[in-house]
Write a protein that binds this ligand. Structure first.
Ligand code: NAD
Length: 362
């Protein structure tokens, strides 16, 4: 396996630079092992960008991201910037990045590591072995449909309106990501909608069903969103890959992620059609532990694995990172957020060193 890629690094704020430093060291070793050449270029986003330029997403940062093969983002935000006007907040930089790269698909895995089963609030027998990927449409549906707003009626009563709308092509492109993702996993795709009530969902179901013909190896099923929510907490092991719209995906991906119980372990990927994808942990900048070498770098490291798998098509390299993570957990190495009795408490840097050691044997 070989390849040459320009990777933009956006360390951001809080614990961001700490977990990014660990991840870059791991990618350097992965590069040597699998003959992959990474050219890293760092750029500013979020609070650090506001301090340096007055803007959360400087034009130069967006340009560097657009010109690269993939973007690794750590986390943004912090108390210092919380009271700025919305247009200057760190989060606005994140939304600008998603829009600027036209990232329409969000992939969020919920994987239970056997070593961390007891971190879940659900019973061991319910969650043991859970391995779900939620593919959420990110740029359409009710969050963007027109008309939207709060309007006064003729009688002077205020009426709030949002519109859930999807075009055929919007459904098709996310359905394709759903089928392709399922193909890289266990080839089972569950499409979630509300077709018994919503016309927009009927169109969604029709298009997804039509596309199934192109993927004879993927087993397609459909669930209404209310039932899907119920099944996720009742018997989550029945799911492999879920594809759904923006609103349903927002809610279901959080519910699925929390089956795992540990926010420091959750990676994500956002993909566009032609633009580079953005790969980032689900958690924020954790300002309460920033600069203390206490952060769990594993969600960031697993985001780099997602970059290799879904952004760069380097499956073997991705699998090597996954298995290094499993090895360190097997050894009993833990950061504070996933610590339990009898395990070895490590700092962020030490967890990185343990991962590098594990990679030597892979
Ligand atoms: P958070 O995810 O930063 O932290 C929630 C809790 O989880 C904290 O106690 C934190 O210490 C802990 N935690 C999070 N990640 C951890 C890790 N890797 N290792 C160990 N512990 C970890 O959420 P929050 O406190 O609500 O937000 C803090 C800041 O992050 C805010 O400014 C918020 O806007 C921002 N934020 C950014 C993103 C992003 O960059 N995508 C996402 C969510 C929140």
């Amino acid at each position: 396996m070989s390849g040459k890629y320009n990777i933009t690094l956006l360390p951001g704020d809080g614990i961001g630079p700490e977990i990014m430093a660990v991840t870059v060291e791991i990618l350097k070793v992965i590069g040597k092992k699998f003959e992959i050449e990474f050219n890293f270029q760092e750029a500013a986003i979020g609070g650090v960008a506001i301090d340096a330029t007055g803007e959360p997403l400087p034009a130069e940062t967006l340009k560097i991201c657009q010109d690269s093969d993939a973007v690794l983002l750590a986390a943004i935000g912090g108390y210092k910037w919380d009271n700025l006007p919305r247009s200057q907040r760190p989060e606005t930089g994140l939304l600008g990045l998603r829009a600027g790269l036209n990232l329409f698909a969000n992939l969020r895995p919920a994987t239970i590591f056997p070593q961390l089963v007891d971190a879940s609030t659900l019973k061991r027998e319910v969650v043991e072995g859970v391995d779900i990927m939620v593919v959420r449409e990110l740029t359409g549906g009710i969050y963007f449909g027109q008309p939207k707003g709060i309007f006064a009626t003729e009688k002077g009563v205020k009426r709030g309106v949002n519109t859930m709308a999807y075009t055929e092509s919007e459904v098709d492109r996310i359905a394709k990501v759903g089928f392709e993702t399922a193909k890289k996993r266990n080839s089972r795709l569950c499409s979630v909608d509300k077709a018994n009530v919503l016309d927009v969902s009927q169109l969604w179901r029709d298009r997804v069903t039509l596309m199934a013909g192109e993927y004879p190896d993927v087993e397609l099923s459909h669930l209404y969103v209310d039932n899907a929510a119920m099944q996720l907490v009742r018997a989550p092991k029945q799911f492999d890959t879920i594809v759904t719209g923006n609103l349903f995906g927002d809610i279901l991906s959080d519910a699925a992620a929390m089956l795992t119980g540990s926010i420091g372990m959750l990676p994500s990927a956002s993909l566009g059609a032609e633009n580079p994808g953005v790969f980032e942990p689900v958690h924020g900048s954790a300002p309460d532990i920033a600069g203390q070498n206490k952060a769990n770098p594993l969600a960031m490291v697993l985001s780099a694995a997602m970059m290799l798998r879904y952004g760069l098509n380097q499956e073997k390299a991705a699998a090597a990172i996954d298995s290094a993570v499993i090895q360190v957990l097997d050894k009993g190495d833990r950061t504070g957020d996933i610590m339990s009795e009898g395990m070895n408490l490590l700092g962020c840097r030490e967890m990185g060193e343990s991962l590098l050691k594990a990679l030597e044997n892979i």
